[in-house]
Design a protein around this ligand. Sequence first.
Ligand code: SF4
Length: 298
Amino acid sequence: MNSIYALNRSELNQFFQSHGHSALFTDFVFDEIYKNFENKNNDLNLLSQKAKQQIVENFDFNLPKIKQAHESSDGTVKFLIEFEDGASVETVLIPFFKKYTVCLSTQVGCAMNCQFCYTATQGLQRNLKANEIIGQYLIAWLYLKEKRSNHSIKPNVVFMGQGEPLHNFEELKKALQIMTDTKALELGPRQITLSTVGFLPGLERWKELPSINLALSLHSPFEEERKSLIPLNAKYPLKEVLAKLDTLPLKKRQYITLEYLLLKDFNDSEAHAEELSKVLPKEKVIFNIIPFNPWPVT
Ligand code: SF4
């Protein structure tokens, strides 16, 4: 059976139209699904018996399971989320002032093989479906509602978990449509940030996505050195990626974040600073220096 959370509004509308309902009816049901997602038996009380039956015979309302939840003293919560086939990913709730941000995964494992990343050691196992991406969000939000009721407003989103989001473009796109739909999760595009290592085929399709924020894992201004950290740089060199970023439409006061993992005696020299000043765009970017987060083998 299909998950109800796998459908964007136009797909749900196709289903309902084929069962004799109008687009207005779709809007109503779509709204109810997301307003009532925490009701595990989502009984859509306001619908006729016949309409309810059409839904429950074709769709389930299952969410993924929390296999583990680890709370840190700073309020961060790390979840290990398990899907129906037993595959699992990490999802993280991060406190930020009075709000939370949820860091979502888009793939089980990852194909990009970045040398500083633990997920890379798993290789790519599979892409997540849109409902599995939405499911992580709903689970994390539900956790806030239940355990931190004073912080239960909808969390923001960063796609910085397992996987290269643009390498799973179709499912990512659908998940973003659901997140930003005013009849579904109703997040503003600016509440969502996607981080990429520079997967150019996805950046070529950037205009198909809502006007969300973009972050690029930069880590070095030198092609060879960046390639040693991010092997994808061999196929899509930094120069081409930066040229592409330059063409992306940005809204007023919208910036592209350039993430720089600072590695002692590797990418922290004056030569790096000089080169960065030469190759980086002079405006519309924010430079974000991040500390290295060691994992078991390092
Ligand atoms: S793209 Fe992201 S998840 Fe994949 S290996 Fe690189 S840093 Fe890790």
